[in-house]
Design a protein around this ligand. Sequence first.
Ligand code: SF4
Length: 138
Amino acid sequence: MTVRLRAHHLLCLLTYVGKGYSAAFTANYDKVVKRLGEGEAILIVSGPDDICAPMLDEPEPHCLREGAAERDGLAARDVGALLGRPLRAGDRLVLDASSLTRMRKAFSSGLTRQACSGCEWSDLCGAVARSGFQDTRL
Ligand code: SF4
């Protein structure tokens, strides 16, 4: 099995502290994080992924909007450059401890945060990064 993830969720995972849009959303997010923590591989997808799933019953889920796809493009570019590999739909990767550390360092320094521009969670994610990623679930 693989965890299906859109590229910008590679950033969101770094600061996930159990907060999100709804109880159903965070319950599902916790399950995704648990699978990743157990070493399950990631399959990069285009559009809504395993984290978005509970949002898709809404009348106009933001996961389908162009802004979310733009975030994916920016995150794929920046995280891919950081990890030294392309991140395109269909690619697989495993987030080991060393990759996570590099990704968190880059996130804190702002190197990979262009994708976060305009995101409603940006203040929270910035605060989590400044705390040294305290209480994150991955
Ligand atoms: S600011 Fe938004 S896009 Fe950036 S990591 Fe946080 S939730 Fe994800």
